[in-house]
Structure formats: C-alpha cells, structure tokens
Design a protein around this ligand. Structure first.
Ligand code: ADP
Ligand code: ASP
Ligand code: MG
Length: 407
C-alpha cells in the first residue's frame, strides 16, 4: 500500500461539478488501497479576485492582512471536498495550513517553509481518515497566517510528501504534463515523459507556471518523486526526476516566457566604486529579487544601470530606487513595464555550443530587438518587448526542433 500526496489545482476544483470529479478520483485511489493526503488550491480565479478586492480597498495593502485574506480561498475548496467525500460515506477531514503544522518565516505573501510537523495528518491517516489540506498557507512562529507565494499549493504538496516520506507526489492540473513550451501559447509543443529537477527548476523559475519553482527546489532537495498529470483525463504525465543520459541528448528541452518582470533604469549614475552596492543592498534588504542587471559604458564619468524586478514588487522597488538615486546624485529613474523574458532551457547545453548565437539569429530574423541577455550553464534568457513574446516563443520552439511532427 503506497502513501500518495495528490494535489489538485484551481481549475480542477473550479466548480461544484469539478469538485465531484475530484471526489470520485480520490474515492477511486482509496478503493485501490492507497493511503492518501489531498492538497487543494482555491477555485480558479479566486486568489486573483481577492487580490483585486484588496487593491480596491487600498493601493498598497498591508502584507500581513493580505495573507489573512488570501488564505481563505483554500478553506472553501477543502471543506467542500471533505463534505462531498463524507456525503459519499468516505471518511475525510479538512485542515488549514496551521492545523497541519506548516511553520514558515514571516515574509508575508512569499513565506518560506521552516518546518512541517504534519501531526494531525499522521493521526488522521492512522484513523483511516483522508486529510484534505488547504494549500498555499502556513503560520509563522507567532501564529500569524502566511502564504507561500503564487502557485504555492504545489509547495504545500511537496513539503507534506517530504515530511511524510510519501511514495509519490502527484500534481493534478489542467494539462497532462510538462511540455516543451506552454501548450496554450505554442500549439506544437510536446509533452515530456520526464524532465530533470534541475531543468524543471529553470523552466519554472523562467515562467513555466505548471509547477511553482520553489516546489521543484524543495522536491530536488528532499528527493521527492514528483509527477505532473491531468486531472481531467487519465494517461501518462511527466516525471520530474534525477538527470539521465537520455535527457542530455536534446540540446534544448524547453522554451519559456515570463511577463512578470519590469525594468528599472537609473540614468546618469556617477561611475564610482561602491555605487552598485549602495543601489542593490537596500533592494535586497527589502526582499526584492533582482534578476538581470546591465551597466552601460560610461560617458563623462556617468553610467546608466538597468535591472529587472518582479512586476508585483515594482511599486516598492521604484520608491526605494528613487530615494537611492537622489542620495547618489543620479539624474533620473525610468521604468518600463512592457517587457518579457524569453528563455531556452536544457541540460544538453552543457555539451553543445552555439545555442546563444542561434537564439540571437532567430530573434533577429523575426525583427525582435534584444534588450538584455543572461546565461547560465543550462539556460539562456533574453529580455524583449512584451508584444513579441509569443512570436519569439513559437519561432524558437520551431528553430530548435521542438515542434511535434504533424501528420
Ligand atoms: P493549477 O491551477 O493546476 O496549479 P496552473 O495554471 O498553475 O495550474 O499551471 C498549469 C498551466 O501552466 C497550464 O494551463 C499551462 O498554460 C501553463 N504552462 C506554462 N508552461 C508550461 C509547460 N512548459 N508545460 C505545461 N504547462 C505549462
Ligand atoms: N491559490 C493560490 C494561487 O492562485 C495558490 C495555488 O493555486 O497554488 O496562487
Ligand atoms: Mg499552479
């Protein structure tokens, strides 16, 4: 008998009818003799609705209160599913993040998990009860509610699977696996049978929201066997696992796009030692993750520094940077929101050269200007104008031989 953690995303629990379908699937796995822990997201669109509501009340909502609000979406779906199962004579019980002992730090809206006790889950399993756990939430040491960042129910599932030493963690979603690109943007994308933790981490951090990047990081660190499957149709999905030789055969295994970044440029920065530290130190202290940075060649001892930050942190970043710019006597601060990042990922890049050159050639053939470039051992990213993102993704997908064969 296996212990399986199943996670269902927002679309999979988006209506009463879909909750019934999840209940049937849970009942079936139980009948097959497995021990189950079920993690749920809020109904699709619910977390966005709550975020909008908060911004209608005030332009920059307090982050502690935001977490209190956002955590409610998952309470709705978990209690409904538990009721549904109990109505079918199956013993199930819903739990909040707090009740299952998901303890985090205090970075509200993007808290990191410090430890997981899972006491109540063990008790429920011992009684033969199916625990239905609210994803995306925990509590800090003072028992304030925290949330784990958007898409964080994936992390709840992985963290519980690690704590319980589950045999498998299955992420059920609205696509039947991890594809070579978002199948809703690139119709010729192919499903991957397996993908390495390392590649998946890059894909997820660079925009493939099918898995939250922190959940992949956690799974890799704790060796959690992770699968992505469709919650609507059966069949094979994608296994996220340790790297093997097959994976290296492909130079590029995926193309991603990310619209969640914005660019800040500080114009006319005095070109002196210590200036970069004075800019990026306070930004890091404010918990804002800077992705790409470029510094232009200086003229008359002045330079321009551009960098990207998550769009959600833009307001916070701009007010901080405006203050620093004044202190260091820079000329001005400019903001560009309409940027996007297109990336190629593949462990095969370690042993194949020329991928970057080919990427630039493909983008130039499409008339797409590159604003920023960054590379690592297994990825290349370019920042481009947001309006060309889908065109860039499709062109690169085809040029690197990822399109599925058409019959
Ligand atoms: P859930 O609500 O189940 O958590 P998400 O919307 O978070 O689902 O993630 C699933 C979506 O991820 C898909 O509908 C798809 O549009 C998107 N996606 C982006 N990149 C990829 C990829 N490489 N493979 C599969 N899906 C992807
Ligand atoms: N409901 C949360 C979100 O929309 C968490 C999740 O779905 O994983 O981000
Ligand atoms: Mg998700």
């Amino acid at each position: 008998m296996a212990l399986i953690v199943q996670k269902y995303g927002g679309t999979s629990v988006g209506s009463v009818e879909r909750i019934h379908r999840v209940a049937e699937q849970v009942a079936e796995a139980k009948r097959a003799g497995h021990d189950l822990v079920v993690v749920l997201s809020a109904m699709s669109g619910e977390t966005d609705r709550l975020v909008r509501l908060a911004h209608e009340v005030t332009p920059s909502p307090d982050e502690r209160e935001m977490d209190m609000l956002l955590s409610t979406g998952e309470r709705v779906t978990t209690s409904l599913l538990a009721m549904d199962l109990r109505g079918r004579g199956i013993n199930a019980r819903s739990f909040t993040g707090r009740q299952v002992g998901i303890i985090t730090d205090s970075s509200h809206t993007k808290a990191r998990i410090a430890r997981v006790t899972a006491e109540r889950i063990r008790e429920a399993l011992a009684e033969g009860v199916i625990p239905i756990v609210a994803g995306f939430q925990g509590i800090n040491e003072r028992s304030d509610v925290t949330t784990l960042g958007r898409g964080g129910s994936d992390l709840t599932a992985v963290a519980l699977a690690a704590a319980l030493k589950a045999d498998r963690c299955i992420i059920y979603t609205d696509v039947d696996g991890v594809y070579t690109a978002d199948p809703n943007i690139v119709p010729t994308a192919r499903r991957l049978d397996k993908v390495s933790y390392e590649e998946m981490l890059e894909l997820a951090s660079l925009g493939a929201k099918v898995l939250q990047s922190r959940s992949v990081e956690f799974a890799a660190k704790h060796g959690v066997p992770l699968e992505v499957k469709s919650s609507f149709k059966g069949g094979q999905g994608t296994l996220v696992t340790t790297e093997d030789e097959d994976m290296e055969r492909m130079t590029v295994s995926g193309v991603t796009g990310d619209r969640n970044q914005a660019k800040i440029t500080i114009v006319g920065v005095p070109d002196q030692p210590g200036v970069a530290a004075r800019i990026f130190g306070p930004v890091a202290e404010a918990n804002i993750v800077v992705d790409m940075i470029i510094q232009n060649v200086s003229q008359a001892s002045l330079t321009d520094i551009s960098f990207t930050v998550p769009r959600v942190d833009l307001g916070k970043a701009v007010s901080l940077v405006q203050r620093i710019a004044k202190e260091i006597e820079a000329k001005s601060v400019a903001v560009t929101e309409s940027i996007a990042k297109v990336s190629l990922v593949g462990v095969g890049m370690r042993s194949h050269s020329g991928v970057a050159a080919r990427m630039f050639e493909v983008l130039s053939r499409e008339g797409i200007n590159i604003m920023m470039i960054s590379t690592s051992e297994i990825k290349i990213s370019c920042v481009i104008d947001e309006k060309y993102l889908e065109l860039a993704m499709r062109a690169l997908h085809g040029a690197f031989g990822l399109d599925h064969a058409t019959s």
